[in-house]
Design a protein around this ligand. Structure first.
Ligand SMILES: NC(=O)c1ccc[n+]([C@@H]2O[C@H](COP(=O)([O-])OP(=O)(O)OC[C@H]3O[C@@H](n4cnc5c(N)ncnc54)[C@H](O)[C@@H]3O)[C@@H](O)[C@H]2O)c1
Length: 313
């Protein structure tokens, strides 16, 4: 199958590209390399260095490659950035996304698979784990832009007959996650700082919890969505809430880190406790997480150990 992966040079998108290539598909990547990296892109996939906001170039990429499926991972993906500059977030995630979707409608794309968020849609959930029917009430412009694009997918299916699958991700971690990220990516930050023997600061008490899923499992969900999950919305998650303090302890063990953590102020607008029910994905996508937390953390520490040994230029 011919598949265009937007954001295929980024953390998650590049693993999805690898899984598609390994399954024998013909893959091309659309990415402006704003946070993605050329060396993340699988050699078997052609890289089109295109910004989603550049409508004529997006159109040209789709009309030339003529994909059967478009897997849409390119995004402004940082919650704090969306708070600081909501218009930029909307330009990339809504207007840029629509440039791609319109090109799909104009050039016979059968299906769009969209990487949405579970963590930024529900606010503080009424029940944990929350399922996909939990009321949505995003706390950040990022959550709102992701939700808006989900709605557009429904509209384009009804009006132009393009199929879609929405995958609402939990907190994803693993190799290639931005090593220098300042915000959010708790495992990448803890692991890299511990390996360098640097102090680690936990926001607030550390008793806040998240649903942490390994990126290898996310790639498998994107593989399943090629043929399953028509017009559906699915949590891609573990269903388990793990505290930041737990993550600190497990990573300290794996890295041999002996320092005590510092505690900073809790982050404004942060959800306290969340996990996402994945029953629907198990039943309808035939997908389930296979990498448990211990295994996933160990794989991730191995990756960051190599990065620390060979720092990027
Ligand atoms: N990391 C997570 O835990 C998580 C959770 C929920 C949803 N998501 C979603 O998954 C997707 C991938 O996230 P990620 O963590 O891999 O982030 P990432 O920043 O590594 O990947 C985003 C990719 O999109 C590209 N991009 C950004 N703006 C672009 C533009 N204007 N035009 C073309 N390309 C552009 C970047 O260069 C990058 O390669 C995003 O849509 C994100 O919202 C991620």
């Amino acid at each position: 199958m011919r598949i265009l992966v937007s954001g295929g040079a980024g953390f998650i998108g590049s693993h999805v590209v690898d899984a598609y290539v390994a399954a024998g598909h013909e893959v091309a990547v659309l990415d402006n390399l704003s946070t993605g990296r050329e060396e993340n892109v699988n050699r078997a996939a052609a890289l089109h260095r295109v910004d989603l906001r550049d409508q004529p170039l997006v159109e040209k990429t789709v009309s030339t490659f003529r994909p059967e499926v478009v897997n849409h991972h390119a995004a402004q993906s940082e919650v704090p950035k969306s708070v600081a500059d909501p218009a930029y977030d909307a330009q990339v995630n809504i207007v840029g996304g629509l440039n791609l979707l319109k090109a799909c409608a104009d050039h016979g794309v059968r299906k769009v698979i969209f990487s949405s968020t579970g963590g930024a849609l529900y606010g503080e959930p009424d029940v944990v784990p929350a399922d996909e029917d939990h009321p949505v009430r995003p706390l950040s412009p990022y959550g709102t832009s992701k939700l808006a694009f989900e709605q557009y997918l429904g509209t384009f299916r009804r009006t132009f007959g393009i199929d879609y699958t929405v995958l609402r991700y939990a907190n994803i971690y693993g190799a290639r996650q931005d090593f220098h990220a300042e915000e959010g990516r708790v495992i990448a930050i803890f692991a890299s700082r511990m390996l360098e023997g640097k102090p680690v600061t936990i926001d607030g008490t550390g008793e806040q919890s998240r649903d942490m899923l390994h990126v290898g499992d996310v790639a498998m969900a994107n593989l399943a969505a090629l043929e399953q999950g028509s017009a559906g919305t699915f949590h891609v998650s573990t269903g388990i809430a793990v505290t930041v303090n737990d993550l600190f302890r497990k990573l300290a063990l794996l890295t041999g880190y002996g320092l005590e953590p510092a505690h900073g102020p809790s982050r404004k607008g942060d959800v306290y406790r969340i996990a996402l029910d994945n029953k629907r994905a198990r039943q309808q996508l035939g997908w389930e997480p296979r990498v448990n937390l211990e295994e996933g953390l160990s794989l991730t520490v191995d990756y960051f150990r190599e990065q620390v040994a060979q720092p990027r230029l």
